[in-house]
Every structure is written in C-alpha cells, then in structure tokens.
Design a protein around this ligand. Structure first.
Ligand code: ZN
Length: 260
C-alpha cells in the first residue's frame, strides 16, 4: 500500500535535522511514499527546507498561518516569493482564518489571507487552507480569490454541505487523525457522503494523533491509521482506496514522484 501524507509539520515535530530526517525515513519504511511538509511561518520554512530538501519525495509549501498576522516579519512578502521560487516548493500554505484563537482582529486576518491567495494566484499555485471557526468568511473569500490551481481544505471540520460547496470551488477535502475519533460522527458522515476522488488524508503531525496512538505525538508514519479508518467507514478496499488517494495527492499539488 502506498500512502502520501498531504500535511505534516516537520519543523514543529523536531527542530534538529537528524530527527526531521529520521521521522521521514520511519514513514518511508511504513509505506508512506511521499509527504508535503507544510509551513506555518517563514523561519521554520527556511530552516526545515534546508534540512530536508535533499530527501526524495518530500515536498514543501510556504505560507504564513493566521498565527503570524500580528508579526509576520520584515519583508515577509518578498521572503515568501523567494521561498516559492525554490525547487520542490509546490504550494502556498498554510494560510487562512482562525477565529478560535483570535489572532489579531478579523479584518487583519482577512487581509493577510487575501494577500497570500493573490500571491498563489499570480504563480498559479495551489493553496493549503486552514479554517477554524471561520467557515463562512473562508468560503466567501475563496469564491473570488482561490487560485485557478485550486487547493486543499486541510483538517476538515465543517458539515456535508460545506464540503460540497468547497469541492465545487475546486478544493480537495483533507481529513486529519481526528477522523478516527469515535465521537467525530460529523466527520464520519462527511467522509461517507463525498466521493473519494475529492478526498485527501493528512496527519497534521505533531497534532491530532489518530485514536490508536493517542497520547503520543503524531508523525507521518501514523497516516496509515487514518487510511484504515476511512476505508472502513467508506466500505472500500484499502489498497484500491490508497491508490486513489495517492493520485489525488499528486494532482492536488501538481507533482510527480521521483523514482526511488
Ligand atoms: Zn497544519
């Protein structure tokens, strides 16, 4: 079985290159053929990129999450553009809105989000979207500002209708480890209701550890638990489903895997 982790944070898992590389190797030994390392801020991106850029089938995105809105750093737009010109940097993210944490005021978050969506559009790159308790604003902004390359709504948390609306806009729906929680009935319903062709899976590691490993820090190798659970609730053969998910992942980021 070949799996792809569409959203992990190597920089948040470990600061040192040895462990960042180790955790990728561990995942590869478990059949995770590739992964997307998602940035939340510029400093983590540049350090982690340098540490891991040589690894085959490790792709990167660069973007500033809503947590950075108050202090994005000097010349952040120029630095973002610089990162986007690097090899294997395949999208802008994660970017979006987070009204749960109340970073800055809402207008500042919206402006910050739109600016980065415009940068993605200008380069025709996909975006990785973070939405926490900001579903309506996220949707309304994406209606006019989503890059023609589309993107991914990561760690899905809304209802079936919302998922359908986002698919119509050109986004993939990505489920994280919390899909495997028994009480996540809403997410199970969404996963059953939408076609597998529009679904991705992710770990969002080090967060949202799947049920089986709860208590441990999440890591890319644990994506297999989310795959197993999804196959079960969608009543699909896991091998067949994994192949579709892998193809979805490659399409979402417009990438091909290196031969290894
Ligand atoms: Zn994330």
């Amino acid at each position: 079985m070949k799996l792809f982790d569409t959203h992990c944070h190597l920089a948040l898992l470990y600061e040192d290159p040895i462990n960042q590389i180790r955790v990728v190797d561990e995942a590869k030994r478990k059949g995770i053929v590739g992964l997307a390392n998602i940035a939340t801020n510029l400093m983590d991106f540049f350090t982690c990129y340098k540490n891991t850029k040589h690894l085959p089938n490790v792709f990167h995105t660069i973007g500033l999450s809503p947590s950075e809105v108050i202090n994005p750093g000097r010349d952040w737009e120029a630095k973002l553009e610089e990162g986007l010109s690097y090899p294997k940097v395949v999208g802008v993210g994660e970017i979006g809105l987070d009204y749960y944490h109340k970073y800055g005021d809402r207008n500042a978050q919206v402006e910050f989000f739109i600016k980065q969506l415009e940068i993605a559009s200008n380069r025709n790159l996909p975006v990785v979207i973070h939405n926490r308790e900001a579903g309506e604003d996220t949707k309304n902004i994406l209606k006019s500002k989503l890059s023609s390359a589309g993107g991914i709504l990561h760690c899905f948390s809304e209802n079936i209708q919302y998922a359908k609306d986002m698919i119509n806009l050109g986004l993939y729906i990505s489920f994280a480890g919390n899909l495997t929680y028994r009480n996540a009935k809403n997410l199970h319903d969404v996963a059953r209701a939408i076609p597998i062709e529009h679904i991705l899976i992710e770990t969002d590691s080090p967060f949202l550890t799947p049920h089986t490993y709860r208590g441990k820090r999440n890591q890319p190798a644990y994506i297999i638990e989310t795959a197993k659970f999804l196959a079960e609730i969608k009543n699909m053969d896991i091998e067949e489903m994994s192949e579709i998910l892998l193809q979805n992942s490659l399409k979402a980021f417009n990438i091909t895997l290196d031969e290894i």
